[in-house]
Ligand binder design. Structure first.
Ligand code: GDP
Ligand code: MG
Length: 545
């Protein structure tokens, strides 16, 4: 049961490794990414062989006794000991079990294979490989060793008393494989050729050497293929590995951990934000708002509201004259209202005008420079702590859609509902009042004129009605005029308050429209990269665990 859990965990870690590599593709060191992919693929395939078989290889220098030990351990005569030359460059394998695991042997690419049908249940499922000499003068041999060393589950390094400290073996093979120390075994063969003291001395030396190379976990065994010393202990070690299938799982786990570690290192340790810092985004929004002419539109809204308010609530004569002044919003092509509801009549001021383009001046040099600065600072802020390749991609993401920015901002401003058609119901009431006052004043005035004309022509005057001490026509003329002027003044205050509120609201919604564009064209692509990085780094760390 526990073993199953472990396999599942390893499978998940392989997935994490692969995802971390895919996410880093084109962004991190190409070698680290490719190595991670290779390991992930390899382990994945190895896991696909159900992990029932254990592959153990004997490696070592010419004449160290690999073939002799192979025969001693296996109880066969399959390997060819002795200094016969030329030795083959291909590995040879024996398999204990009912039937050769052809898939696995093909994958390992071991062409010479033997089925051992001994009744040794402890070895059931073992593939024992006799590798070509790693120190061979023929490169084909060495390449074969290098290839198989990466694939097997457990490695038994066979050394002899003369060459156990050989620099080529330690530097080219043992040290680089230190991460796999727990699936490596070092055998000091030909122990029979040493006295007891010499053997102890050699074992101490070798142990020290291995420890100093980070191979403290690698088991060291003294053996002799000739006398059989240590062979039983080797067989036990191998049997244990086979039984627990520890070797396979541990080796694969070590591979994945190593690749995950390397990739994680390529990701780096710097703190990287999850998303574009708020302050940077705000700075960008502000400069974009300015470049998009939000200030100009806000001022135009104020002025347009004053203008329209004066038309609606002012004294009819001056209001009529104002008609000939242009509406500031209309000049910017921004007097768009919500589309009229069908069947509902709208006054000409409020009729919807569909424009897709504003007539705002295009962003000047200064605004453009501010936008560029904001973009650059955003790129810098967002790519802080990223490895160079990734930081380049983030920089690219900030300006990926920069050519669409101006157009989309203009459209965003043009299509933002400035709500110019709402909240001015009271204007209509004032309009009616102003006309009533105006008509009253005109009636009073005409009445007085008629009185004057009648007096001039010496006709009897109209009947005189008195309001207090004022004659009625005078009272109506003065009252209507005064009321008109006062109403106009009061309404002007109301219009001003309304204009400012509307301008503030317009600014708010315009900034929101601009922010939407910035989010879509700049912030989102950058955030995507940052999320990609953080996810990739997390997955690489998960592969390490
Ligand atoms: N004295 C002694 N000779 C050995 C031992 N193992 C192997 N030999 C001899 O060393 C030579 C090389 O052995 P071989 O197994 O072919 O080594 P390989 O080249 O690593 O495969 C042969 O002549 C063996 O008989 C051992 O444990 N003791
Ligand atoms: Mg040999």
């Amino acid at each position: 049961m526990a073993k199953r859990d472990k396999a599942a965990t390893l499978g998940e870690r392989v997935e994490s490794l692969l995802e971390a590599a895919d996410l880093a593709s084109g962004r991190l060191d190409v070698l680290a990414v490719e190595e991670a992919r290779r390991v992930a693929r390899q382990v994945d395939r190895r896991l696909a062989f159900a992990g029932d078989d254990t592959v153990i290889a004997l490696a070592g220098a010419t004449g160290s006794g690999k073939s002799s030990l192979f025969n001693a351990i296996s109880g066969t005569r399959l390997a060819e000991p002795g200094l016969k030359r030329p030795t083959t460059s291909k590995a040879m394998a024996a398999y204990w079990g009912p039937e050769l695991p052809t898939d696995l042997l093909d994958w390992l690419d071991v062409p010479r294979r033997h089925l051992v049908q001994g009744d040794d249940p402890a070895f059931n499922g073992l593939i024992l490989v006799d590798l070509p000499d790693h120190d061979s003068t023929e490169t084909a041999h060495r390449q074969e060793v290098d290839r198989l060393v990466k694939l097997v589950d457990m490695l038994i390094w066979v050394v002899d008393p003369q060459k156990y400290a050989d620099a080529a073996l330690h530097n080219n093979y043992l040290k680089p494989l230190a991460g796999h120390a727990d699936v490596m075994l070092v055998v000091l063969n030909q122990a029979d050729r040493l006295t007891g003291d010499q053997l102890r001395q050699a074992m101490r030396d070798l142990r020290k050497l291995l420890d100093s190379e980070g191979l403290g976990k690698a088991q060291l065994v003294a053996a002799s293929a000739l006398t059989g010393l240590g062979v039983e202990s080797l067989r036990k070690t191998i049997a244990a590995a086979v039984k627990g299938k520890h070797a396979a799982a541990a080796r694969l786990a070590a591979d994945v951990a190593r690749a995950g570690h390397d990739l994680r290192e390529a990701y780096g340790d710097q703190r990287v934000p999850q998303k574009v810092p708020d302050a940077r985004a705000r700075q960008l929004n502000e400069s974009l708002a300015q470049a998009a002419g939000v200030d100009i539109v806000r001022d135009a809204v104020t002025q347009s509201m004053r203008h329209r308010g004066a038309l609606a609530t002012g004294w009819p004569v001056t209001a009529w004259l104002s008609r000939f002044r242009p509406d500031p919003l209309r000049m910017l092509h921004l007097d768009r209202a919500r589309p009229a509801k069908p069947g509902k009549r709208q006054s000409p001021e409020l009729a919807p005008v569909t424009v897709q383009r504003t007539s705002l001046p295009t962003a000047g040099g200064v605004q453009q420079a501010r936008v560029d600065t904001a973009l650059r600072e955003l790129a810098e802020g967002a790519s802080e702590g990223l490895p160079p390749g990734w930081s380049k991609v983030v920089r690219g993401a900030t300006i990926a859609h920069v050519d669409r920015l101006a157009d989309e901002l203009d459209q965003a401003v043009a299509s933002t509902d400035l709500a110019m058609d709402r909240g001015q119901g009271w204007w209509k009431v004032i309009t009616v009042l102003q006309w009533l006052f105006f008509i009253a004043a005109v009636v009073g005035g005409v009445w007085l004129l008629v009185d004057v004309a009648l007096a001039y022509m010496q006709l009897s005057p109209l009947p005189t009605l008195m309001i207090g001490r004022l004659p009625l026509p005078t009272a109506v003329l003065l009252g209507g005029s005064l009321a008109g002027v006062l109403t106009g003044l009061l309404a002007r205050i109301g219009v001003e308050v309304g204009a400012r509120a509307k301008a503030a609201r317009a600014e708010r919604v315009l900034v929101r429209s601009v922010t939407d564009v910035a989010d879509r064209l700049v912030i989102a692509p950058v955030n995507e990269e940052l999320a990609r990085f953080n996810r990739g780094r997390e997955q690489a760390a998960r592969a390490m665990a």
